[in-house]
Design a protein around this ligand. Sequence first.
Ligand SMILES: [Zn+2]
Length: 413
Amino acid sequence: MMYFKKMVFLLASSIVMGLTAQVNSFTPSNIIGGMGKKLSIVGKGFGTSQSNSYVSFFQESGQYSDANTSKSFKYLSWSDTKIELEMPIAFSGKLKVNVNGTDYYSVDTLHVMANLGYRSANPLVYDYLTNNNKRGGYTWYIHTTYWNNPLAKKAIEDVFAEFRCKTGANYILAPFPSSANISLSDTIHLIGPDPSLGAVGYNERMWTSCILGAETFYSISAQGLRMSDKQDWYFGTGKAPAGKTKFRYVLYHELGHSLGLGHVNELGQSMYPSVTLLPSDQWSQRDSITSQEKEAISHLINLSKTFSFRACGVLPMENYKDCKDVYGLKTGIETTQSIGSLTVYPNPVNSELNINYPISERVQVRIFDLQGRLVLNTSFISQEINITGLNAGIYSLLLTDGSTILRTNFIKN
Ligand SMILES: [Zn+2]
């Protein structure tokens, strides 16, 4: 009898060994997708080499990544008991190993805390952020509707400071509003209300590419950030009163997209797809981005500041002087400022612009175009400034005298 039992046991175990793979565990259990982080999967029966097998992840679509996509991930090693690969973009869920056409699922859930969007997972290719405004990064305009609402303006300033200080993103705000229609915002970065938006908020990004030799470099050229004007907005911090939508939280989500983040299905993250009511109501009182959002965005910003590609006028994003200086107005020595208005004439002007202010070597005059690019920078040594070199259009003039900053707009014919 003893002999017989032993035979049965050996037979059964050889069937298990021969036909069944098993996903036992993986590390880490919390991860960021799209950043090239290593995921190690331990189990058995994976096969001695990858061949036609692959690892598949649950996606925002509600499906697992298909065979072609899954095979295009970057595999670092494959053995019968261990698989290592770079973590692609995914939603949290059980991971799946397909061995020669048969699916094997993990028991545990892999938690994807943030996703950094890419064009290609292997090798990793992103849409980079650049020195678009020739002042180190991107200039965003606040629509007049929000500019004239002190609570809305303050909310935008605070949220920009949060992203600048936590991630190094060189996003600045233009020191004057724009009344441009949000639907025509393709050439400037604009935050404004949208009367026809179906969603609560929406970030649109335009990219451009430049080819040099074998390399195609992709970068962001313009963005819009639409906020529904059908919402009853709450512009303050902390918990939104019942029935209101927290403006700052929606901005965290949309600016997260603008800095490369995709959605996640992890509760508590700003990039959870829904931004009003449940479940985000349970964490939207938080007035900060999460540590994983900070890590993923910082990674893209670092790459955007250090890439070596040089063609088509593309330059890397630069560091700012002071992360809280959301208008990018400070020089190295300025510490405080006030913004007042200034009189210039004639307006519209053809060639000589007169500025009504006492002449001084230490006073600086800077003129910006509608994209926020610095087009003229001079000491104020004459009340008459020659602007014949500027194209026809609307400009903003900033006069800086120590801690006092005065501004006005003018039209060049
Ligand atoms: Zn979203």
